[in-house]
Structure formats: structure tokens, C-alpha cells
Design a protein. Structure first.
Length: 419
């Protein structure tokens, strides 16, 4: 890891601003999935245990965009929906009993006199959660004035919000211009270590499984994987139909991106010349109608007729894909194999999840990224059989595509002089 981390610095008695990713789903004032809050706790615990005064900052949703939408529609904007107060409540439950973390408090804003006072009142080991950063237009605009105000709150900046690191916002990038010591948190370090392996020299065989709805979303990742000469590239999900159509198959009413047909051909040709084995489904689960779902059956791809809608890979494909993962040493998976939210079209995704877990148990390093793929892993209760479940969606894809993430680039390098 080339970036300095909290392990490299002394934080005792310092005001430490930690950009966390507490952008969690909240329903009726209650957090419905606390994965991201849990994921940030090791960093907070470590800092508090070493005597830091911890300031936590995060965004939640896109309040200003929603406000504009509401105004345009002549509806009332519900600002309470974008408060981090429910997150604070859940955070308190999660850290109860952690003795390194002393007092926890919630600030009604993220800048301003009241916030400065609350920061001044912090003791060593105390934690202050600031209110939603995106209630200020300066956050997403990466306004230097707003960044400066955030920077004024602290002595040290820590970024532990990998999921937002692909955005150059005031709290992820701008602030680093006004704070000397800018380092990665433990979650950020873990993400960069695991994902970095894929971009560095992955142990082989290296197999990637891609699925999901759109080829267009995943093109940079596919390009990067081919460039890195992944040994096998397995493509399932709706994405596969663009490849089938490009090759003249009948795909019925399955999802397809007609403007990506040439791109699909090009990807196939590039994979071919790079010696990458590209596997597409051989069979799939189809229906005659989506609403209501009916006449569900599994058929070979070339039996598809004009009325069929393909919603999942078939059992033969699931077996071929599972077999292709055997003996793999590095595995990357992004995107479900079908419309897994709807049973029985979760079968292909679950089968692949199980195969990834089994390969991991047999020694592969596995990385799963993408909101829906991670949801599928959790649904199958296989979290403990995956080496690394990435907390980033877009950030993970951009990183794996080889892009530099502004929130990461902005942190101090390991060899940079300590200020
Ligand atoms: P991730 O969030 O893991 O990156 P994506 O967002 O790219 O994954 O894709 C997930 C979506 O793709 C899911 O909503 C799923 O229902 C949809 N999907 C996958 N295969 C199909 C299919 N054959 N037909 C319709 N939708 C599909
Ligand atoms: Mg998704």
C-alpha cells in the first residue's frame, strides 16, 4: 500500500476528521442495513483508543437534488429524511460496550459556530458525528471555501469512505488541500490492498465473473480485465444478451443494448487475441411474459424464440461456470447472473455465489463488488466465505478499471515527509 494510513501516525490529543461512508438505507427513521456503519468501526475504535478526538463526517443520499425535484413538482421537501440522526442512533447501539470509544455526540450541522464549539468540547476518545455534508452545496461542488471550513475543524484528515473516493468532493478531495496530514483509514486500506492485488500481479488462474443489467456500465472494467489478461472471463446476466444479439442469435424480448452490439463484438475479438477464455451462457431460464411471470422454463440459448424473455442463466451454465472457477487463485465477481430479486431467477446467481465461496475455501482470493452482487452474497449467507466484500459500487468498478480515484490520490504517500 503506497498511501499512509492511520497506523503510520500519532493521533494522541489530535482532532481527527474521519470521512466515513454512512450513506445507509433509512426507512421511517430506522437504519435498515448497517453494514457500512459496522465497516467503519475498526478505524474509529483504533483512533479513539489512541487518544484522538474523533470527528465523523458523511453524506446521506442527495438532499439538494431531491429538494430541487420537490420544488419543481410543487411538493414539500422532507429534510428530515436526510438527517444522519437515525445513523447516530444505530452507531451508538453498535459501539456500546467498546471501551476505547468514550462519549458520542451528534452535531446539528457540519460547519459553523455550533460545530466548532462541539469540536472544542471533545475529549480524547470522544466521537462527534457531523450532520449530512450534502446539505451544503459546497460539498458536491468541491467548493474550496467549504473545504476550508471543514479543514478548520481538524489537525488530521482520514479518509475511510472508499465508496465515495471516486468523487472529488469537498470532504473527499478539497479538504486535503488545507490539511497537512491526510491518511487512509483501515477500511480504505483493506479495499486498496485487495483491489490493488487484482491490478498488480494477481495469482493465477485469475477468473472474473461479470453480470448485471448493462454492458455499457461495465465496459471499462471488461477492458481493464482483458488488458490484465484475466485467464477466464465469465459473462452472465442481461449483459450476455448484447453479446448473443451481436452474434446473430434470437434473444426474444430479453434486455439488450442495441447501441453496444459493435462494442460487444470488439470485446470478443480483443479477448480472443489476448488469449482470454470468454464464456457465455449455454442455456437460460425464460418466460413468455414478465408481468405476470409465466411459462417459466429452462432452454438452450439457441432454442430462444421471439416471445421469450431471458431472466437467469440455466443449470447447465451454472455448472459450467462453477467448473470454470475450480482451481482459481484470484476471483473477481461483479453483477448478478439474472433477475435475482425475483424467485426462481435467483438460482443462477446463488449457484455462482456458492461456487465463488467454495473456490475461496479452497484457497482463492475472492473479491465481490457491486451493490446487487453483495446483496446476493448476503442473501445466500456466504459473506464469511468471501475474501473481500467491497463496500464500493461505482468506486470499486472505477478502481478495477484502472482509474485513479481522486479521494485516494489526495492522500499522503507512504514515503512523503511527515509534517
Ligand atoms: P451490481 O449492483 O452488482 O453492480 P448491476 O447493478 O450491474 O449489479 O445489475 C444488477 C441488476 O441486473 C439487478 O437488478 C438484476 O435484476 C438485473 N439483471 C440481471 N440479469 C438480468 C436479466 N436477465 N434480465 C433482467 N434484469 C437482469
Ligand atoms: Mg446495482
Amino acid at each position: 500500500m503506497q498511501k499512509r494510513t492511520i497506523k503510520d501516525i500519532d493521533v494522541n490529543g489530535k482532532r481527527v476528521f474521519v470521512r466515513v461512508d454512512f450513506n445507509v438505507p433509512v426507512k421511517d427513521g430506522v437504519v435498515t442495513d448497517d453494514t457500512r456503519i459496522r465497516a467503519a468501526i475498526p478505524t474509529i475504535r483504533d483512533l479513539a483508543g489512541r487518544g484522538a478526538k474523533v470527528i465523523l463526517a458523511s453524506h446521506l443520499g442527495r438532499p439538494l437534488k431531491e429538494k430541487k425535484k420537490a420544488e419543481e413538482a410543487g411538493k414539500e421537501f422532507d429534510a428530515a429524511k436526510f438527517s444522519l440522526a437515525p445513523v447516530f442512533a444505530r452507531f451508538n447501539e453498535l459501539v456500546e460496550g467498546i471501551e476505547e470509544i468514550r462519549e458520542t455526540r451528534f452535531a446539528v450541522n457540519c460547519v459553523g459556530a455550533e460545530v466548532s464549539e462541539a469540536v472544542n468540547a471533545l475529549g480524547e476518545g470522544d466521537v462527534l458525528l457531523l450532520e449530512n455534508l450534502r446539505l451544503h452545496p459546497g460539498e458536491e461542488k468541491n467548493d474550496p471555501e467549504f473545504a476550508k471550513r471543514l479543514a478548520a475543524l481538524c489537525d488530521i484528515y482520514v479518509n475511510d469512505a472508499f465508496g465515495t473516493a471516486h468523487r472529488a468532493h469537498a470532504s473527499t478531495e478539497g479538504i486535503t488541500h488545507f490539511v497537512d496530514t491526510c491518511v487512509a483509514g483501515l477500511l480504505m486500506e483493506k479495499e486498496l490492498d485487495y483491489l490493488g492485488r487484482v491490478l498488480g500481479s494477481p495469482e493465477r488462474p485469475f477468473v472474473a465473473i461479470l453480470g448485471g443489467a448493462k454492458v455499457s456500465d461495465k465496459i471499462p472494467v471488461i477492458d481493464s480485465l482483458i488488458e490484465r489478461k484475466v485467464d477466464k472471463l465469465l459473462i452472465g446476466g442481461a449483459m450476455a444478451y448484447t453479446f448473443f444479439k451481436a452474434n446473430g442469435y434470437t434473444i426474444g424480448k430479453s434486455l439488450v443494448e442495441n447501441d453496444m452490439l459493435d462494442r460487444a463484438k470488439e470485446i470478443e475479438a480483443r479477448a480472443n487475441s489476448a488469449g482470454v477464455e470468454l464464456l457465455l451462457p449455454t442455456d437460460h431460464q425464460v418466460v413468455d411474459s414478465v408481468d405476470p411471470l409465466n411459462s417459466q422454463k429452462t432452454i438452450p440459448i439457441d432454442f430462444t424464440n421471439a416471445g421469450h424473455v431471458g431472466l437467469d442463466i440455466g443449470i447447465e451454465t451454472a455448472a459450467i461456470f462453477a467448473n470454470a472457477l475450480k482451481g482459481a487463485k484470484t476471483l473477481v465477481w461483479n453483477g448478478p447472473m439474472g433477475m435475482f430479486e425475483e424467485k426462481p431467477f435467483d438460482q443462477g446467481t446463488i449457484a455462482v455465489a456458492k461456487a465463488v465461496a467454495e473456490a475461496t475455501d479452497n484457497g482463492a482470493v475472492s473479491i465481490v463488488g457491486g451493490g446487487d452482487s453483495v446483496a446476493a452474497i448476503k442473501q445466500a449467507r456466504l459473506e464469511d466465505h468471501i475474501s473481500h466484500i467491497s463496500t464500493g459500487g461505482g468506486a470499486t468498478l472505477e478502481f478495477l478499471a484502472g482509474d485513479v480515484l481522486p479521494g485516494v490520490a489526495a492522500l499522503n504517500d507512504k514515503n512523503e515527509a511527515v509534517v
